[in-house]
Design a protein around this ligand. Structure first.
Ligand code: PEP
Ligand code: MG
Length: 322
């Protein structure tokens, strides 16, 4: 079976009836592009930029960041690299950036909320990204966007930094897609509004499931509520995908669910455009995709959306893939 997967390394990702999707890799450091390429990734769907901040004794400089982004972008040889801006806070701390003590860090000062507050940090990161964009195909996305205003503000800061660099004669790509993570239920509910401004969405199911079910996967007493297949989650995913398509935009998914072999037929049936996962899951997903039929997956997804429970959804998928 593994040998059969290897043959798919340079193949396109297509369903049995010929519909193409993108299978991308999640990476944490620039060196991870080697594994992404070895496993046939068609893009990097999520570059978690936190490593730059966490593997450092102080704030990484613009040049340090530039070198890291450039390395990842060049390493992908023209394939798209989606870099997510700093997602610190929640459970991720920085020794040199003391965060306030909070009762609920996951409902607190994290990700884009810090970036919009500490614009010195945010602008430095954006300049490094803009400079690196000249070396391949960069896309940028903002984590933990909850409102239209947050997205507009972040995008405006990006445009300002871009204009400054261009005015200074620095080479910058002119077609950087600027999108956002969809990981807060409020954002999913106004996906139609956000789709007018964002070039793409990437669904962060790790957080989206936790916030939707109000359950922390790490808390044993409530982990039973952490249900990727709950119809509530599937309905949010559908809403996000449909809203993006209505504006001619695309939706990816970079949470764990994107590489889950039970979820893949459901997500493809809902019309997901890009699946971003750990590199080692890509070839088996490409192999699975070849066995799936679009119309049947759409029927499956329709039935799943109408289920009462996650267990019912799982049973549906198992019957379908049998
Ligand atoms: C997510 O929330 O699904 C996600 C991809 O972001 P992270 O796991 O880094 O919070
Ligand atoms: Mg997240």
């Amino acid at each position: 079976q593994k040998a059969e997967w290897k043959l798919l390394k340079d193949a396109k990702s297509v369903t049995a009836d010929g519909k193409e999707v993108t299978l991308a890799a999640n990476i944490g450091t620039p060196d991870d592009v080697v594994g992404a390429n070895d496993n046939g990734a068609e893009a990097v769907g999520l570059f978690r930029s936190e490593f730059l901040y966490m593997n450092s004794a102080e704030l990484p400089t613009e040049d340090e960041q530039f070198e890291a982004y450039k390395k990842a972008i060049e390493g992908m040889n023209g394939k798209q690299v989606v870099v997510r801006t700093m997602d610190i806070g929640g459970d991720k701390e920085l020794p040199y950036l003391p965060l306030p003590e909070e009762e609920n860090p996951f409902l607190g000062y994290r990700a884009i909320r810090i970036s919009l507050d500490r614009q010195d940090i945010f602008r430095t990161q954006l300049r490094a990204l803009l400079r690196a964009s000249a070396f391949g195909r960069l896309a940028i996305m903002f984590p933990m966007i909850a409102t239209v205003n947050e997205f507009k503000q972040a995008k405006a800061i990006f445009e300002e930094e871009k204009a400054n660099l261009v005015a200074a004669g620095v080479k910058v790509s002119d077609d950087i897609e600027v999108g956002m993570m969809m990981e807060i239920p409020a954002a999913a509910m106004i996906a139609d509004k956000l789709a007018k401004y964002a070039d793409f969405f990437s669904i962060g199911t790790n957080d989206l499931i936790g916030y939707t079910m109000a359950a922390d996967r790490g808390n044993e007493r409530v982990s039973y509520l952490y249900q990727p297949y709950n119809p509530s989650i599937l309905r949010l995913v559908k809403r996000i995908i449909d809203a993006s398509h209505a504006e001619g935009k695309w939706t990816g998914m970079c949470g764990e669910m994107a590489g889950d072999q039970v979820a893949v037929p459901l997500l493809a049936g809902l019309g997901l455009d890009e699946f971003s996962m750990s590199a080692t899951s890509i070839l088996k997903t490409r192999s699975l995709m070849k066995t799936l039929d679009t119309t049947k997956m759409q029927e499956l997804a329709d039935k799943a959306l109408d289920c009462e429970t996650a267990e019912e959804v799982i049973a549906l998928v198992e019957e379908y893939t049998k």
